[in-house]
Design a protein around this ligand. Structure first.
Ligand code: ADP
Ligand code: ADP
Length: 225
């Protein structure tokens, strides 16, 4: 059964239609690349799934629960974490302090989650005491992903994680996402580098003017671009 089930989603900003009739499914532990030109509605989809923008119509089921229009906090607890574009790390805090912020107030779970995060990303363990600002751009994104995984989500929305990074750093970002997948987390990816996103993903959704222009296996998407 699907981890995410989106049906007939309409989203508007006031009178302006941003998404119309968007439907798709995401199996557990899969990776979906959401592609499309600027203004197609990719960020709006990410914001709607994560509760930042309510839909005017349609349903979003995560793990069998309807999360359409619920708060970001509720949705996060249901298992979806949105990594917003831009770096979410606190440069002046250490790597460890950044990770701990994700599970404040829950000490028992914190140790467990921390051990798991450091197991997935051993590099962060080696840098635990270092200020996050001294990490490379790719490692900072790795840290921001690791922090997201601290709450044990089933699905991570990676919104332009490689934006503005040098190619070597982009490699680090994709490798980090691959590690998250290996740990059983599904990924919905919005990404400028379409070919890299398609290499990574198993499914693809192409948006155009707020509508689903094409959806199918990532391997078949190349000819649709
Ligand atoms: P993409 O991420 O694919 O570039 P967006 O989701 O950002 O597309 O935008 C989809 C459409 O919604 C565009 O026409 C954009 O101008 C519009 N839009 C996005 N955010 C807002 C907003 N906060 N208020 C009004 N219109 C918005
Ligand atoms: P993205 O495509 O990643 O959403 P943009 O540069 O289009 O980036 O948008 C940056 C910010 O401006 C976002 O918060 C978005 O909601 C807002 N925005 C985008 N388009 C519009 C619009 N037509 N009217 C009002 N706000 C908008």
């Amino acid at each position: 059964t699907d981890l995410l089930k989106v049906r007939d989603l309409d989203v508007q900003y006031g009178p302006a239609v941003a998404l119309r009739d968007v439907s798709f499914d995401l199996p557990p532990n899969s990776a979906l690349a959401v592609l499309g030109p600027n203004g197609a509605g990719k960020s709006t989809l990410a914001r709607t799934l994560s509760g930042l923008v309510p839909p005017v119509r349609g349903s979003i089921e995560l793990d069998g629960r309807n999360i359409a229009g619920r708060s970001p906090e509720y949705i996060r607890r249901t298992g979806l974490v949105h990594l917003p574009e831009g770096r979410g790390v606190f440069a002046g805090l250490t790597v460890l302090e950044n990770l701990r912020m994700a599970t404040m107030g829950d000490r028992r779970r914190r140790t467990e989650s921390l051990n798991r995060a450091l197991e997935i990303f051993p590099v962060l363990g080696e840098r635990a005491g270092q200020a996050a600002g001294t990490l490379s751009g790719g490692e900072q994104q790795m840290l921001s992903l690791a922090r997201a995984l601290m709450v044990n989500p089933r699905l991570v929305i990676a919104d332009e994680m490689s934006l503005g990074l040098a190619p070597k750093m982009v490699d680090v970002v994709f490798e980090s996402l691959q590690r998250a997948r290996a740990a059983g987390v599904a990924v919905l990816m919005i990404e400028q580098f379409a070919t890299r996103a398609l290499d990574f993903a198993d499914r693809c959704l192409i948006l155009q003017r707020g509508r689903v222009a094409w959806t199918g296996p990532a391997d078949d998407a190349g000819s649709e671009l």
